[in-house]
Write a protein that binds this ligand. Structure first.
Ligand code: CMC
Length: 432
């Protein structure tokens, strides 16, 4: 094998020797990455397709350039447009953060007012949507209803297909952020067999969501300010998380130039899975299954034996702690002061304590993630488990949309189309 040394190798390049041919290549390194397409020049013969990178689950592949969210998983850093999550959560409203994600800057007071007014203007949904929500079984999972109704919105706004028109794009972004709580609350009320409570424009974004969820006979619903603020902060914590499964889905479907409703329905579907946004529901089911503190060690034993996963633990990117989980713990305390303590919280705290001292979790770098505590808070607020992923979807909507638009405007992007390594049968023929 040829001796490699620094001499003659550009400081911003990777020098590769192909052991099959002995040829050397210099691949430019830009922003800490090589271009996968540069590998294609590495061939054993002229008619060879060229080298590819095999990366199942995209564990080391940057699929895009982005200026929206920065994460340093080893140091537990999360920033939206450069702002640390700790400085946004609790101080900036979900709509201000949505504006930030979309526009790159926090809004001024006037911009915030105009943005709020725009969103409030679009909270109502077409009456026909109520009718097809009625068609779902009474026990239909609200995430299934949400995926379907988000997709159905595209049929109400055919102009959304004009994805190259900035004004039309903006209108759909506003509509989606505005209508998600309405769709979510209507899905909930359908399951409860309750009448659909219409949006109330006098309330905040989250106050209005609580109104559509909980309003009973009162003429005017008054949300509890502590719960309203806590839920708003939870949405901020979920607003974006760069190229996760659902956001990558949004970008991929969007890359075919599908309208944003269809792309976002696909993103919601990706979020629904128990390893992603469905995890918050699974955490609650797990805590209920454990039931008593004395049964935790046996549950942990089964997790370590590979029979189960400890839901709400572990993350592809965060390997020391999830900064969102730390902030959520603070919110939990505020909420429990209003709602009273939760017995499930005690079990959760004990699971966390035992797991964090256990060699298996330490060596696997498994820490509580955002979903570990969010479900306990939602439950204390009286929100049923099936709604947890729906709340995640409301929170993630501005992130999905910011990435969708960024992707469309990126001249480097084209329709997404991964390669594969074909390992199946070579050519063979059907016997006559
Ligand atoms: N419980 C027990 N073992 C685990 C867990 C867990 N929750 N997560 C990972 N491991 C083990 C896994 O068995 C493997 O062990 P080994 O190397 O001995 O075979 C090792 O840790 C690496 O696991 P992995 O599945 O290769 O890791 P990943 O980066 O592909 O998965 C994850 C990340 C979040 C899917 C995973 O940690 C998990 O399934 N967690 C539970 C579900 C959950 O809480 N999801 C919410 C994620 S945060 C919200 C969001 O952004 O969606």
């Amino acid at each position: 094998m040829a001796q490699l040394g620094p001499t003659g190798v550009s400081a911003d390049a990777l020098r590769v020797t192909d052991g099959r041919t002995g040829k050397n290549y210099e691949l430019p390194i830009v922003d800490g990455a090589i271009r996968a397409l540069d590998l294609r020049q590495i061939k054993v013969a002229d008619d060879d397709f060229g080298l590819m990178a095999y990366d199942p689950a995209f564990q080391n592949t940057a699929s895009c350039q982005s200026a929206i969210t920065f994460i340093d998983g080893d140091r537990g850093i999360l920033r939206y447009r450069g702002y640390p999550i700790q400085e946004l959560a609790g101080t900036k409203s979900f709509l201000e953060v949505s504006y930030l994600l979309q526009n790159g800057e926090l809004p001024s007071a006037e911009q915030a007012q105009a943005w709020n007014a725009e969103i409030i203007n679009h909270t109502f949904i077409h009456e026909n949507i109520k009718r097809f929500i009625d068609g779902f079984h009474h026990d239909a999972h609200p995430m299934g209803i949400l995926v379907s109704t988000v997709a159905a919105l595209s049929t109400f706004y055919p102009e959304a297909k004009q994805i190259r028109d900035p004004a039309i794009r903006h209108r759909q972004i506003v509509r989606l952020i505005a209508k998600m709580p309405t769709l979510a609350a209507f899905a909930y009320r359908h399951a409860m067999g309750l009448y659909y409570a219409y949006p109330d424009d006098d309330l905040s974004y989250v106050g209005n969501f609580l109104n559509m969820m909980w309003r009973a006979t009162q003429l005017k619903y008054q949300p509890n300010p502590v719960l309203e603020h806590a839920l708003d902060t939870l949405l901020v914590l979920h607003a974006d998380h760069e190229q996760n499964c659902s956001t990558s889905t949004m970008r991929l479907v969007g890359s075919s130039e599908a309208d944003p409703y269809s792309a976002m329905a696909a993103a919601c579907a990706a979020l629904y899975g128990p390893l992603h946004g469905g995890a918050n529901e699974q955490v609650l089911r797990m805590l209920q299954t454990i039931g008593r503190a004395e049964d935790i060690p046996d549950y942990i034993r089964r997790v370590k034996a590979g029979e189960l996963r400890l839901m709400g633990f572990g993350h592809r990117v965060y390997k020391n702690f999830d900064p969102r989980a730390q902030l959520i713990k603070q919110i939990a305390n505020e909420v429990f002061e209003v709602t009273g303590p939760s017995p499930l919280l005690d079990i959760a705290l004990e699971v966390e304590r035992i797991a964090l001292e256990d060699e298996y979790f330490i060596s696997h770098k498994l820490y509580p993630n955002v979903d570990f505590y969010s479900g306990i808070i939602y439950l204390a607020m009286g929100i049923p488990m099936e709604m947890f992923p729906v709340l995640f979807a409301i929170g993630r909507t501005p992130g999905w949309l910011a990435h969708w638009e960024e992707s469309l405007l990126d001249p480097d992007q084209k329709i997404g189309r991964p390669r594969q390594l074909y390992l199946g049968e070579p050519e063979r023929h059907v016997r006559a």
